[in-house]
Design a protein around this ligand. Structure first.
Ligand SMILES: NCCC[C@H](NC(=O)CCC(=O)O)C(=O)O
Length: 449
């Protein structure tokens, strides 16, 4: 009877994946700013995770990367001439700008949008609001193409409703699903939507971090909840602890993750933990399953351990039974405190009964773990069937996409390479082919010229 599942849509890493230190407040991004990257390995690490989840029986989709370097943005900023001339000018006049418009940051699809499943919305459709990502210039240019990709992937308006990004201004800073969790008993039933914000934009007296930016505002989350037609009794807001943002927890999904009836989070994640628990329990009401709070104490795993290992940037997935599996990056195994904690967790009677480790080093070095790389969309069977069938991961698509990566991707990229006109040609050739593999139509600006 209950055929709804949670599908994961991972961002395929684009051909210009590189480390440029673009994300102030994101420790890994700043630390690795001068490292060379390996786009080919990055894309393959992502594909391996997608395929492993598909093989485990989870519905796994693929979201295409964006056109980078993004020439339309450079032209909008006054650079002119042929594509090659634009690249020559920008690398001389503003090399950091070139790095920003070349980032493959759209791979982190947890920041693509906020998604409300049909069980939660007034009109019974799945609602998407693309995130404006206004806090970082290199990410603020993502939402137009993201919206085009989401509309091409979830096209049927009988089932899917798409909202434009919120106004692109700090007051409505929105980072999408990285600050949003949904709790429910079964995926097709009405759930609780839990929004975590960094500060209140219109209240100067509200607590806020002092060193690093709060990327998500309460006002942005409230606007999304309104647009999606959520029932106010089933929405819970909580403020992130400003001190952990200042320590480098730039999104809540670096310090908490939830699924169905389990909330797994760090003791210091929230400004008021007791209130968060009370509000979630009130919203949970008299549902029959127990609600599990799995709070990780600071004396077992410090905030620094969380940032270094990305323990909470894991995927918490329901297996066929009521137990859950946690998908973690290799850095968790390498951190003794975190690994010790995880061993004790699976031996306890908490619902997390299994841990699976993936090598995602290329993405991790820019501050993106397993959870950053995926957008969760709970779908009923009919909705699943309405998704563009070409974007589902399966044996055939895995082979096709690996061969596509082998044909087009470089295995080393440093910042100086971004001005190479050949890289632009390679990227466009690759993306043009990809729109056919994923049956997306012409979604990129270069395809419309
Ligand atoms: N959810 C994970 C997002 C990581 C992303 N990193 C970056 O954009 C780093 C890019 C660079 O520094 O080259 C960010 O901070 O938004």
């Amino acid at each position: 009877m209950n055929s709804a599942t949670e599908a994961n849509f991972d961002g395929l890493v684009g051909p210009t994946h590189n480390y440029s230190g673009l994300s102030f407040g994101n420790v890994a991004s700043l630390k690795n700013a001068t490292q060379g990257s390996n786009p080919k390995a990055a894309a393959k690490q992502g594909l391996e995770k997608m395929k492993a989840l598909a093989d485990m029986g989870f519905a796994q989709g693929i979201l295409a990367p964006h056109e980078r370097p993004h020439l339309p943005t450079l032209r909008r900023l006054g650079f002119s001439g042929s594509d090659q001339q634009v690249l020559e000018k920008v690398v001389k006049q503003a090399p950091k700008l070139l790095a920003a418009v070349s980032s493959a940051s759209c791979m982190w699809t947890a920041n693509a949008a906020t998604v409300s499943p049909s069980g939660d919305t007034q009109d019974g459709r799945v609602h998407f609001t693309t995130a404006n990502l206004v806090n970082k210039f290199h990410r603020s240019i993502e939402h137009e193409t993201t919206a085009a990709i989401l509309r091409a992937s979830f096209a049927d308006s009988q089932y899917f409703s798409h909202h434009n990004a919120l106004p692109s201004v700090e007051h409505f800073g929105d980072e999408g699903a990285a600050n949003h969790t949904r709790f429910c008993e079964h995926y097709n039933e009405a759930g609780i939507e839990f929004f975590v914000y960094g500060t209140k934009a219109f209240d100067q007296a509200a607590p806020r971090p002092t060193s690093f930016p709060a990327r998500q505002t309460l006002e942005a989350s409230q606007a999304v909840a309104r647009a999606h037609g959520l029932s106010p009794q089933q929405v819970v807001y909580a403020q992130q602890n400003p001190d952990v943002i200042d320590a480098g927890v730039f999104h809540n999904d670096v310090i908490a993750v939830g699924n169905r009836n389990a909330h797994f989070y760090h003791q210091q994640a929230f400004l008021d933990t007791a209130q968060m628990k009370q509000d979630l329990l009130t919203a949970w009401g008299d549902r029959t399953s127990p609600f599990h709070f799995i709070e990780v104490p600071s004396d077992a795993v410090s905030v620094q351990d969380c940032i270094q290992s990305y323990l909470f940037n894991s995927q918490l997935l329901s297996r066929g039974d009521d137990n859950m599996v946690l998908i973690v990056p290799g850095e968790c195994q390498a951190n003794p405190n975190v690994w010790r904690y995880l061993q004790s967790l699976v031996e306890s009677n908490a619902p997390i009964q299994e841990v699976k480790v993936f090598d995602l080093k290329q993405s991790m070095s820019n501050g993106g773990g397993p959870a950053c790389l995926r957008l969760r969309v709970a779908l009923t069977k009919a909705e699943r069937q309405a998704v563009n069938p070409a974007i589902w991961m399966n044996d055939e698509q895995f082979i096709q996409l690996n061969q596509w990566v082998d044909r087009h991707y470089r295995d080393r990229l440093v910042e100086a390479d971004l001005a190479d006109p050949q890289l632009l040609i390679e990227s466009r050739t690759a993306l043009d082919e990809l729109t056919q593999l994923l049956n997306l139509g012409s979604i990129y600006p270069f395809q419309k010229i």
